[in-house]
Design a protein around this ligand. Structure first.
Ligand code: NAD
Ligand code: SER
Length: 314
């Protein structure tokens, strides 16, 4: 059960996840109750109230919370793994300060609930790579991963110490057709569809046998909304939940695309993102998410490819 009249603020609403999350939350709460915020206006979300916001500006964030009497915040603004490595100090600043601003608002009871995504990037080269469990070695090797791991610790601390209702998922690479990815190591799995349809070929920046955990965006949005709507006592993990959809290599994905576009060809030219991918799990064990709040994915590789190609063709 949820209060349909509660107002929600989505920070970073113009990004790969934000656009689809805003659309889906608007179906539940109404466009007028889901406020989109980002550094610049978002043409795809013209039905929702929009606020220009730099999440690093705490006063501006406070004034939007007050203006709309916001009760829930989804904080999506961050630098991702690849762009984070190019600008480490800013990645740390954005990924950590934005989170503190929102957690402090919840601590002061200005808002009731916070969603903040973590990532498979919290794991590192010393983590068991196959079927990576919820609780395991976590020695991330990217600035992005370090910031997500620290963020998870802070979420847990604000929950335990101040009763903040903050919820989080360790997303794998997300694949959707409605919005472009924003600078991650898993971005190839979106670009490949656009190139397959446009040019019938793709040069992949990861090597052919690099298996990574991935998920269709619809599944990820559904997981997010389900987690945010279960009663608080069911959310037993306040760092962040492992979340699994599927796992595949670029070669396996190319073979699946070839079933639809026989002339499609792929070549491989690994760049700096290969080392990042090599430090991450190949597959994820999400037994806790399934047991605590009933998570189950809908998409396998076959359905995902079909869905991406048919929608992008339109
Ligand atoms: P994205 O880069 O596509 O979108 C981020 C959005 O935040 C952009 O629209 C950007 O303009 C906005 N933004 C950047 N700086 C801002 C600031 N200072 N103030 C306000 N807005 C700002 O990212 P995404 O893929 O949508 O990811 C959202 C969140 O999910 C991030 O925390 C990311 O780490 C996490 N995540 C994403 C994936 C994935 O595969 N997309 C996987 C794991 C975790
Ligand atoms: N898709 C994200 C990235 O590659 C994982 O957090 O950065």
């Amino acid at each position: 059960m949820y209060n349909k009249n509660e107002r929600i603020l989505i920070i970073g609403a113009g990004g790969q996840i934000g656009i689809e999350l805003t659309e889906n939350l608007s179906k539940l709460y109404g466009n007028e109750n889901v406020i989109a915020a980002d550094l610049k206006p978002i043409p795809a979300l013209s039905q929702n109230p929009f606020e220009t916001l730099d999440v690093l500006n705490k006063e501006a964030l406070f004034s939007i919370i007050n203006k709309y009497q916001i009760k829930q915040v989804y904080l999506l603004a961050a630098l991702l793994s690849a762009t984070g490595e190019q600008n480490p100090s800013f990645a740390w600043k954005l990924n950590m300060e934005g989170l503190f601003h929102v957690l402090d608002l919840a601590k002061e009871k200005q808002i009731n609930k916070v969603y903040w995504p973590s990532s498979i990037a919290v794991f590192g080269p010393t983590t068991p790579r196959i079927n990576t469990p919820q609780h395991t070695v976590m020695e991330p090797s990217t600035v992005y991963g370090i910031s997500k791991q620290a963020g998870e610790g802070w979420c847990n601390w604000y929950h335990k110490k101040h009763g903040v209702d903050v919820r989080s998922l360790r997303y794998p690479g997300l694949i959707g057709w409605k919005s472009a990815p924003g600078g991650g190591t898993t971005d190839y799995a979106v670009h490949i569809f656009h190139e397959a349809l446009k040019n019938k070929k793709y040069e992949c920046f990861l090597s052919e046998n690099t298996a990574l955990p991935m998920m269709h965006m619809e599944d990820a949005i559904r997981a997010t909304i389900e987690l945010m709507h279960v009663p608080s006592e069911k959310v037993k993990i306040r760092t962040s939940y492992n979340l699994s959809g599927l796992s595949f290599t670029p070669k396996e994905m190319a073979l699946e695309i070839k079933k639809h576009i026989p002339e499609f060809s792929i070549t491989y030219r690994p760049d700096f993102r290969q080392a990042i991918a090599d430090s991450w799990p190949a597959s994820i064990n999400d037994a806790e998410a399934r047991e605590h709040w009933g998570w189950k994915e809908h998409y396998n590789l076959e359905r995902l490819c079909e869905n991406m190609l048919s929608n992008l063709k339109k």
